[in-house]
Design a binder for this molecule. Structure first.
Ligand code: GLN
Length: 483
């Protein structure tokens, strides 16, 4: 039996065939039974979820329900949730209970969505394997010896493993798309500024963007429509109107030009992944799209550029964790300086410290011009490459990740190998563009993702193409065996 999608649950609720209470109890039971194996959740909030479910059912009785009212989902533990612990995968925030909801959380709650818990993630969203989490690695439901990807690995594993129908995520360099690809689910990172960053714990503020992991493009469209839009509390939030992404799903692909990014089919791409992606491109072509090859000549510089810009911003953002204002405080420091040192030494893990050190170095007076300023210029060149490509085509396509899911532990001792997992995803973040990953096949029983990238605020076309592809393919229906 294929598991129900969010759209199907929404219809069942509307038809009175089920209640939010029933759906929420079922999700909590699946988490209780299945999460010991996956470790996808840091915190399950059963009481709050059941109260929200009752409220959603009452709202429906009053005739005030919308399409999302009563649907249980999970939030990545980077989104602040009022009264519910929010750790960001770090020891530093182990006991942090935010006094307010992130805008994303608030908007979904306003639509009647029920939050069942907070998903595991790499510490402060720094990582590609979920192994930097203070709360232990997440396991890939397709093979529990393998990584689900990261940093939104808990969200991806929770959806792929059937614990929840959808979950929120964030993507600074690939953290929605890469785990979506490795777990065989659909993930979308919107345009920078489309979704408010208010209450989303900051990693690299000029790159961070919230989005969705779901079973298909239609479900992602339903959630994104509710999450998006201008927020006066986020100064980088865009005043662009929000289209109805669900209504846009059915557009014809005939006449659309899809650019195949030549540089994404490089030596580093696994042959099986390449074959699956090429087959998917053929499906888009059979839907009427015209395929053309395009080049992004500077895209090869995106990983080194990102690993200057992102750590620079992270080193600044993470300076707030000083043991004074909130979060972990070392209990027996004798002086203020010792308090800072011991708190940060014990509150942060190794990868976070590596980023803070790199970021502080590239921003230091002697090296700022050579590294940070240079990286900002290269970032502009990469954005120019995308701008030129979008003068010729409507969408870009290629693989999401170079290989299928790797083994837990395999890349832990080699940060550069880990960083290279995001080689095809980082460009969209540097240029602020919306991008999605959709399941497009398997290699040795492990899922492969097709990446689609659109011009700024092109989410409607992105989801339209993903939906058309899913109408003509079955990969997104595949589900791992329950362990
Ligand atoms: N894997 C990348 C990193 O480690 C991207 C993470 C993200 O998108 N949050 O920084």
């Amino acid at each position: 039996m294929p598991r129900p999608t969010l759209a199907e649950l929404s219809r069942a609720l509307a038809a009175g065939e089920t209640s939010s209470r029933e759906l929420t109890e079922a999700a909590l039971a699946r988490i209780a039974a299945g999460d010991e194996r996956l470790n996808a959740f840091i915190n399950v909030c059963a009481d709050e979820a059941l109260a929200a479910a009752e409220a959603a059912d009452r709202r429906r009785e009053r005739g005030e329900a919308g399409p999302l009212t009563g649907i249980p989902i999970a939030h990545k533990d980077i989104f602040c949730t009022a009264g519910i612990a929010t750790t960001c995968g770090s020891r530093m925030l182990e006991n942090f209970v935010p006094p307010y909801d992130a805008t994303v959380v608030q908007r979904l709650a306003d639509a009647g969505v029920v939050c069942v818990g907070k998903t595991n993630m790499d510490e402060f969203a720094m990582g590609s394997s979920n192994e930097t989490s203070y709360y232990g690695p997440v396991r890939n439901p397709w093979d529990v010896e393998r990584s689900p990807g990261g940093s939104s690995g808990g969200s991806a594993a929770a959806v792929a493993g059937g614990l929840v129908v959808a979950a929120t995520g964030t993507d600074t360099g690939g953290s929605i798309r890469q785990p979506a690809a490795l777990c065989g689910v659909t993930g979308i990172k919107p345009t920078y500024g489309r979704v408010s960053r208010w209450g989303m714990i900051a990693f690299a503020s000029s790159l961070d963007q919230g989005g969705v992991l779901a079973l298909n493009a239609e479900d992602a469209a339903m959630l994104l429509t509710a999450m998006s839009g201008f927020d006066p509390r986020d100064s980088t939030s865009a005043e662009e109107p929000v289209p109805d992404y669900v209504a846009a799903l059915h557009g014809e692909l005939a006449g659309r030009r899809i650019g195949i990014v030549r540089e994404f089919f490089d030596d580093g791409l696994d042959a099986g992944c390449a074959a699956a992606v090429r087959e998917a491109l053929g499906v888009l072509e059979s839907q009427g799209a015209e395929l053309v090859e395009v080049s992004l000549p500077k895209i090869g510089l995106s990983v080194p550029t990102y690993y200057i810009v992102a750590p620079a911003e992270a080193s600044s953002n993470l300076s707030r964790y000083d043991g004074i204002r909130f979060g972990y405080r070392h209990p027996d420091a004798a002086t203020l300086e010792e308090l800072y040192k011991l708190t940060r030494k014990e509150g942060f893990g190794a990868e976070v410290k590596r980023r803070i050190l790199t970021g502080t170095y590239v921003l230091s007076a002697g090296y700022y011009d050579a590294y940070y300023l240079k990286a900002q210029k290269v970032r502009q060149l990469i954005a120019d490459d995308f701008r030129r490509a979008f003068a010729e085509v409507d969408l870009l396509a290629g693989p999401t990740v170079p290989t299928p899911a790797f083994r837990l532990g395999e890349k832990l001792d080699d940060p550069v190998q880990m960083y290279l997992n995001d080689i095809y995803t980082i460009g969209a973040n540097l240029a602020g563009l919306p991008a999605a990953s959709v399941p497009c096949g398997f290699v040795d029983g492990l899922p492969v993702g097709l990446q689609l990238i659109a011009p700024a605020f092109g989410e409607a076309l992105l989801l339209n193409a993903a939906h058309r592809y899913q109408q003509a393919s079955d990969w997104h229906h595949a589900q791992p065996e329950a362990g």
